[in-house]
Design a protein around this ligand. Structure first.
Ligand SMILES: Nc1ncnc2c1ncn2[C@@H]1O[C@H](COP(=O)(O)OP(=O)(O)O)[C@@H](O)[C@H]1O
Ligand SMILES: [Mg+2]
Length: 378
């Protein structure tokens, strides 16, 4: 399926499907190494297009546009999971282009049910779940999983969208309306103590490298802060690493993958969700690590050996959403040591990821207090 007999050398063109902030940060890393960037995205002046050599303005499933991207590029990558795998396979068949990540990874991760089936089969601990197609399925599954539980659409959900939490029978009617969007999955509620995540990279020679574990704080289901290293025991960190390595190997991953985890009150770890690409909770690595998640991704898809990643300094990353944007930009003046990233998006909207701030620190608690004192994120 994947053809990558040669190294993709600097000077070659990397084609990115998707022009958001992840593509933009991949492009920064690739540019540093001398690559050229082509991007496919329907939005004019999107974050990646601003730093790319070529922008093909078209929908992600536009076969002709994807073929044009492939013809201009030496290797293709994607920065999100909602690309049509079948269309990508067709492009690969019609244009001789390396797509090292392949499409199996997409097929597994763009569907919550196949993702859970994969994790279960791989022996990774996950919350109990059931496939739900009808109200009868839902009622039946609730009798096994109990309340609270959460119904999720199997496709297209992100930042808590396409989810309905059920606490009692009175929540059934609302949850049933989600079924109008297609098949869903019901999950038992995990009363987690912390949410963690870990990025893992693998190249075609099978070399696997994990990054430091982050501790993630969500607000309204959107990632707000990541703290690295996660404030958990070494045993838990090792367990997270083992889970990530197992997933990478069982998937024959090429590129970077993000693993979201729940750390429970009783000290267990469950995998929650996978992202077949760099992940928001790994952005800290740009400044805090010897190599960033984007560096690993570019090295992996271009066929280069992967370095062991060192955490150079603990870090806190805070997301800048639309409602934080204006005040957060003032941090460029008031906090010269903080790394303020602006994704260059046109159109500031509440809840929209506009940028992030990374703060390197030897005093995490004090830094968290300083962040609170800015009153930007209250
Ligand atoms: N089974 C669950 N138990 C407890 N919390 C959950 C569960 N599923 C989701 N959540 C909460 O909702 C957030 C978003 O859910 P997730 O499955 O990661 O979907 P997405 O990030 O694609 O919106 C999680 O980070 C977590 O805070
Ligand atoms: Mg998630």
């Amino acid at each position: 399926m994947t053809i990558l007999s040669n190294l993709i050398k600097p000077g070659s063109t990397i084609g990115i499907i998707g022009g958001g902030q992840l593509g933009r940060m991949m492009a920064f890393s690739a540019k540093e190494r001398g690559y050229r960037i082509a991007v496919l995205d329907p939005t004019p002046d999107c974050p990646t297009a601003q730093v790319a050599d070529w922008h093909i303005e078209a929908a992600y499933d536009d076969l002709d546009a994807l073929k044009e991207l492939a013809e201009r590029s030496d290797v293709l990558t994607y920065e999100f999971e909602n690309v049509d795998a079948e269309t990508i396979d067709r492009v690969q068949n019609e244009v001789n282009i390396a797509i090292p990540q392949g499409t199996d990874l997409l097929l597994i991760t763009q569907n919550r049910l196949s993702e859970k089936d994969f994790l279960k089969k791989a022996g990774i601990p996950i919350a109990s779940y059931a496939k739900i197609e009808t109200k009868a399925d839902l009622i039946d599954a609730i009798s096994t999983l109990g309340y609270p539980c959460v119904l999720k659409t199997i496709r297209g959900g992100y930042d808590g969208k396409g989810q309905s939490v059920l606490k009692s029978d009175s929540d059934i009617a609302e949850a049933v309306s989600l079924l109008g969007n297609g098949i869903c999955v019901l999950e038992e509620w995990v009363s987690f103590k912390k949410e963690l995540s870990i990025m893992v990279a693998r190249n075609e020679s099978g070399q696997v490298v994990t990054m430091p574990v982050s501790e993630n704080i969500h607000y309204d289901n959107i990632l707000l802060k990541s703290i690295v290293p996660a404030r958990v025991s070494d045993e838990t960190l090792n367990e997270a690493r083992l889970i990530a390595e197992t997933i990478a190997e069982k998937m024959a991953l090429v590129g970077v993958l993000g693993v979201e985890l729940f750390f429970t009150e009783s000290g267990e770890i469950y995998a929650n969700e996978l992202a077949p690409r760099p992940h928001n909770s790994g952005h800290y690595s740009i400044e805090a690590c010897s190599d960033s998640q984007f560096d690993l991704h570019i090295r992996a898809i271009c066929g280069y050996p992967l370095p062991e990643v060192e955490l150079l300094k603990p870090a806190v990353m805070v997301n800048i959403l639309g409602e934080h944007f204006e005040k957060a930009l003032e941090l460029n003046s008031s906090q010269p040591k903080w790394h303020v990233h602006d994704y260059g998006k046109n159109g500031v909207k509440v809840g929209r990821k506009m940028g992030h701030v990374t703060i390197l620190t030897d005093a995490i608690e004090e830094t968290l207090r300083t962040i609170d004192e800015t009153k930007i994120w209250n």
